[in-house]
Design a protein around this ligand. Structure first.
Ligand SMILES: O=P(O)(O)OC[C@H]1O[C@](O)(CO)[C@@H](O)[C@@H]1O
Length: 533
């Protein structure tokens, strides 16, 4: 079998097996039994289990994609930019990184990062991927690329030929694609939700156009699919382990890459799958993407360590999942659906993601809030809500350290701290070091996400999961803004409105938040890292 699962030091309570019908769940899931998650989930589950068929049904895409890639290459279009959020870009990014194939992924509203993706237009084809066809980030990217191609002298027809669209049938994006004369439109299976779409057109189209052998990926998944009804199969056992972790107080899943290494960046994909699927109704599994298997946070008492492409760590409650990427995708999807049954949630809905989106829309309508910083220290302006800085002397010479200490002190037992950086993940990449720097200072779980990308990943967990999170938000000065064509806002304003909308959503739930605005990005990041020591 292509996927291997090993477990160490984790006790599986008897009632977890009983709840899964002594493994009967595997057969029922393969048979796409929509009643597995209870009566309330049934109607949604009945239109969300198509991912189980993808290793076979997606096969029909492979030859056409190879032809399309050859056609593009014949016209000198060999640079692929993918515009898409969450499930519409995370899988292709992992697929391409694992295969060592270049793909530019645009899942941000940061003006600098968006502008950076608009280089080499003479050899660029843009894949616009959105299941709903209504995601504001993706539509803004599409508009910006239409304007950029037009500006370099392409006529309307030539501009359309630079776009490939992946969307659900009947979405507004399907209409737009037709109207703009997109070179190709792939209508995906609507019975597959975003985070389960790795092996659908959403995962395969950008990866194949960038040069990955996606047929091999489907073979790897198909090989596992044959075994999914077997008792003790690796995907089932991974689901049992995730459920057992939850039941035994390990409701954080610390994801680290083993020494395999057969996949690259898999944790970011699994993060969305686990967080958005399970974080609801006041419970959930919080994925914590680690920099390495022994990074700070890997030994947390409330975490199950999950080693991707490696063995579990002896003496620690941990699992190891090894196998090729196609099998990893299907295996983790299966496991998450199984764990959803143990948790008693509907793994196919994302009921809370709209709150901050609505706030963003309101702010775009009414204008950005006029927030005065409580203090400015070096390149960092400090704001807070949820009582974080009450009684903290920000005029002290070490005011920033005191503020960060106060935030760390606000994490409740079994809680977590989420770092959310609304910055450029290319130019401000150093901000990614903040997770480990914060995690070294606390025994609690610390996550890191780029905004607004995390809104389509851990955002659901933050809002719908247990209310034990505290939040560190970073925003940065925008030296050069970029308009969103035919919209009354720019990328910079959209990014600021998204950050403000999220602050509002957290304040509405009285969650502690420290907001650091960096007046100079690189100096500010360095200052915060220095302060954390
Ligand atoms: O593919 P779409 O509809 O643009 O959505 C992107 C992402 O946004 C969400 O719908 C909500 O965060 C995700 O589930 C999804 O992967």
């Amino acid at each position: 079998m292509t996927l291997q699962f090993r477990c160490s030091g984790l006790e599986v309570p008897e009632n977890v097996r009983t709840q899964l019908g002594d493994d009967d769940v595997a057969k029922r899931l393969v048979a796409e039994d929509a009643t597995l998650w209870g009566p309330e989930a049934e109607s949604e589950a009945s239109v969300r289990l198509g991912w189980l068929d993808l290793p076979a049904t997606s096969r029909a895409l492979v030859s056409g994609l190879a032809e399309l890639r050859a056609e593009l290459a014949g016209e000198g279009l060999d640079r692929v930019v993918l515009c898409g959020m969450g499930g519409s870009s995370l899988a292709p990014e992992v697929i391409c990184r694992t295969a060592g194939v270049p793909l530019v992924v645009l899942d941000t509203t940061d003006p600098g990062q968006v502008a950076g993706a608009m280089s080499d237009l003479d050899r660029t084809v843009v894949v616009v991927s959105s299941e709903s066809g209504g995601t504001i980030e993706t539509e803004s990217h599409r508009r910006a690329f239409v304007a950029a191609f037009t500006e370099v002298g392409l006529d309307e027809k030539e501009v359309g030929r630079r776009f490939v669209v992946v969307t659900d049938p009947g979405s507004p994006l399907a209409d737009t694609a037709a109207a703009m004369g997109a070179r190709a439109v792939f209508l995906a299976d609507p019975n597959v939700g975003g985070r389960y779409s790795a092996l659908s057109a959403f995962g395969l189209v950008p990866a194949a156009l960038a040069g990955v052998d996606v047929g091999a990926l489907l073979d790897e998944a198909a090989d596992l699919a044959e075994h999914l009804t077997e008792p003790g199969n690796p995907a089932l056992e991974l689901g049992v382990a995730l459920g057992a972790g939850f039941r035994t107080g390990r409701d954080k899943v610390a994801l680290g890459a083993g020494s395999g290494p057969r996949t690259e960046g898999f944790g970011d994909w699994a993060e969305q799958l686990i967080a958005e699927s399970t974080g609801k109704g006041g419970r959930g599994l919080l994925p914590v993407v680690l920099e390495s298997v022994d990074a700070p946070g890997s030994t947390a008492p409330d975490a199950l360590l999950a080693v991707v492409d490696g063995d579990p760590v002896a003496g620690r409650p941990s699992v190891g999942v090894t196998g090729p990427l196609g099998a990893q995708f299907l295996g983790w999807e299966f496991a998450t659906a199984v764990a959803g049954r143990v948790l008693g949630i509907n793994p196919f809905e994302q009921p809370n993601v709209t709150a901050s989106e609505e706030n963003t829309a309101r702010i775009l309508e009414s204008g950005l809030p006029d927030e005065r910083p409580l203090a400015t220290i070096g390149a960092v302006e400090l704001c807070a809500s949820g009582g974080v800085l009450d009684g903290v002397d920000l005029s002290a010479s070490d005011g920033l350290r005191l503020a960060l200490d106060a935030l760390l002190a606000a994490v409740p037992p079994r809680g977590y701290l989420a770092v959310m950086a609304y910055l450029d993940r290319v130019a401000d990449a150093r901000a990614g070091e903040l997770r480990a720097a914060v995690a070294r200072r606390t025994e609690h779980a610390v996550t890191f996400g780029w905004g607004p990308r995390f809104l389509h990943s851990t955002g659901q967990y933050h809002e719908g999961g247990p209310q034990v999170g505290v939040f560190l938000q970073l925003t940065g000065a925008v030296p050069e803004d970029l308009p969103v064509p035919d919209r009354p806002y720019s990328f910079g304003v959209l990014q600021a409105a998204q950050a403000a909308g999220y602050r509002q959503a957290l304040a509405d739930r009285q969650r502690p938040l420290l907001h650091l605005h960096l007046t100079d990005r690189s100096a500010g990041i360095a200052q915060v890292l220095d302060t954390l020591g």
